[in-house]
Design a protein around this ligand. Structure first.
Ligand SMILES: Nc1nc2c(ncn2[C@@H]2O[C@H](COP(=O)(O)OP(=O)(O)OP(=O)(O)O)[C@@H](O)[C@H]2O)c(=O)[nH]1
Ligand SMILES: [Mg+2]
Length: 441
């Protein structure tokens, strides 16, 4: 849709030298736009135009010179500011703010039903205050078609609210199903580890490095929703949905989930719209917070703060910070960055997902940080069911010893506490199968 469409990118900062236009340009390119010009301004926000009125006129000239079809603004624009800037531009030229742009990218990449619903929900939440503004403008000035949203219609706000609650309901149902799936996976002895981090930090690359090469058929048999692929590209928001693969970290059976990256300056409602996707992070047993260590300390710090803010309220799991891309950083520089970021990223693991360097240290650390397993020893008669219990223990925990002595078998194993409880009742069942107990009558 927007492939190759020329756009002008603009950004305002309150003070200081030049605004950094690199991330917003990357986002525009990720949406498929061709960035043909950039403009920035350092001044306080203008109530009417956001930029100074002179800068708004300069944007219009840049559009005319380059034939751009839209102006992409990195700042948070109010509905009236969007309208006023639009009024300066040649007719038909759109004003796109940071959130609309991100929603556009998400919309293009949303394949699964859940992702589509989340994008739709975010779009509606974005539209609601604008529909309200449009209503009041229409009443005041009788200007129909404000911001290209179509004719003002009395019932539009009510429609939006009804759609929001319908989608919210459907997403809640999906979230419930996913929560029970996480519980089933835990009951089957898996630990759930999630990769989180800023977009483009290298999560998907690390995922492929950690995932064991179980063939897909076997993967599918175990868990129909496991996905063998996780794309990587030097592009923002390559990953949108969630991908889960098995990883062998030594003794534990880990299911590793890769998901959407974080990005700064997102309004609350946008993050909320992706809540059920982020649940795979919030409800994991351990979170690996991936940071691109090849960037400047300042960029790393800003991105870490964004990640912590996103995780802060709802995350329940311990966090291990992973400094990634160390193939691009020399030893002294890495040490300097590690020290500078010590407060935000205590005791990090430094790896390269691309070359595999130090990935072994990471798997050791994963094992060390996962919730502790309990040790247990069971003595079973060599009766019906004993062998299937032993193989169940192999599937759900870590069997350390298995010894046969004539009529009995001794198994020593470790597993998560819930599994140990289940094993005990299964063992009681083997010793005295239901219906065959002597005291039955
Ligand atoms: N040099 C180097 N490049 C890496 C490393 N890990 C990832 N990259 C590159 O960084 C870019 C982003 O990697 P991805 O794995 O797609 O990052 P991501 O965090 O999944 O990104 P999104 O899904 O877009 O949020 C790609 O070009 C990777 O090849 C690394 O350890 N070293
Ligand atoms: Mg990715």
């Amino acid at each position: 849709m927007s492939d190759g469409t020329p756009v002008v990118v603009a950004k305002r900062v309150d003070s200081g030298e030049d605004a950094d236009l690199s991330e917003i340009s990357d986002l525009a390119r990720a949406a498929g736009y061709d960035v043909v010009a950039t403009r920035s301004q350092s001044r306080t926000e203008d109530a009417a135009y956001h930029f100074g009125e002179g800068k708004a006129a300069e944007l219009a000239r840049a559009v005319a010179e380059t034939g751009a079809a839209a102006v992409v603004v990195d700042n948070r624009l109010g509905p009236y500011q969007t309208y006023n800037i639009g009024g300066k531009l040649p007719t038909g030229v759109e004003v796109i703010d940071r959130f609309t742009l991100i929603l556009e990218i998400f919309g293009q990449r949303a394949n699964a039903r859940k992702a589509q619903l989340q994008v739709e929900l975010a779009e509606l939440r974005y539209e609601l205050p604008r529909a309200e503004a449009k209503a009041s403008l229409a009443k005041r000035d009788e200007r129909p078609g404000f911001m290209g949203l179509g004719e003002y219609d009395e019932s539009r706000e009510r429609d939006i609210k009804a759609q929001i609650s319908r989608i919210q309901q459907e997403l809640d149902d999906i979230a419930d199903k996913e929560e029970s799936r996480r519980e089933r996976r835990r009951e089957s002895g898996f630990d759930l580890v999630a990769l989180a981090g800023y977009t483009n930090a290298g999560k998907s690359t690390l995922m492929r490095r950690l995932a064991d090469d179980l063939d897909v058929g076997e993967n599918e048999g175990l868990h129909p929703d496991l996905d063998p692929t996780a794309e990587s590209e030097d592009r923002l928001f390559t990953t949108l949905g969630t991908t889960t693969r098995r990883a062998d970290t030594g003794t534990r059976d880990v299911l590793l989930t890769d998901t959407v990256g974080f990005v700064s300056d997102l309004p609350h409602w946008l993050v909320e719209s992706f809540e059920s996707t982020l649940d795979s992070v919030y409800r994991a047993d351990l979170v690996l917070l991936v940071v691109d260590a090849s960037e400047s300390v300042e960029a790393m710090r800003d991105k870490l703060v964004t990640c912590h803010d996103t995780l802060y309220e709802r995350n329940e799991a311990p966090i291990v910070t992973v400094l990634n891309k160390i193939d691009r950083v020399d030893g002294p520089e890495l040490e300097r960055k590690r020290a500078a970021l010590d407060a935000l990223a205590p005791n990090p693991v430094a790896v390269s997902g691309l070359t595999g360097e130090s990935v072994g240290e990471l798997t050791d650390r994963i094992e060390a940080e996962l919730p502790a397993w309990r040790e247990e020893r069971l003595l079973l008669p060599l009766a019906d069911g004993a062998m299937s219990l032993v193989s169940w223990l192999y599937d759900h925990g870590n069997v350390e010893r298995e010894e046969y002595t004539g009529e009995e078998v001794v198994v020593e194993f470790s597993a998560r506490p819930a599994i140990v409880e289940q094993a005990r009742s299964k063992a009681a069942e083997v010793r005295a199968p239901a219906g065959e107990t002597e005291s039955a009558d």
